[in-house]
Design a protein around this ligand. Sequence first.
Ligand code: SAM
Length: 126
Amino acid sequence: MYDPFSGRGTAPLEACRLGRIGIGSDANPLAYVLTGAKVDPPTLNRVQTRLAYLRKHQPRTRAAAAPDDLVMLYTQKVLRQLCWLRAELDTEDRTDRFIMAVVLGIMHANFKPCPPARWWASWGRV
Ligand SMILES: C[S@@+](CC[C@H](N)C(=O)[O-])C[C@H]1O[C@@H](n2cnc3c(N)ncnc32)[C@H](O)[C@@H]1O
């Protein structure tokens, strides 16, 4: 089942759930992250291992470089974590893509990209 405007990936997910091959494409790069997280999820163990690594290695002092419209939305600590995660996570990696999708949800990334989601996507890694 192919949805050429797959958005959040509901149709490909449902196809997979029914034992079919679900494929999606979309002009919005966030669709790739959200759909991939649903149709090709990592194991719980891999997510836990990766989160433990990220928690351990997160920078604690580096100043965040982010646009002004984001600086007013988050504390310095959260902004620092978001900047670092944005650079660290690899969308080609199943586990990272899943974590990225969760982070984007936490950032309230609706599908008409809000400033946080636009900023994330502009990195060129989504
Ligand atoms: C209403 S949403 C899709 C909903 C999805 N099919 C579902 O069932 O949940 C429409 C999607 O079309 C995408 N889109 C719009 N124009 C497009 C184009 N020219 N090529 C690819 N995707 C496009 C948008 O980015 C958006 O994600």
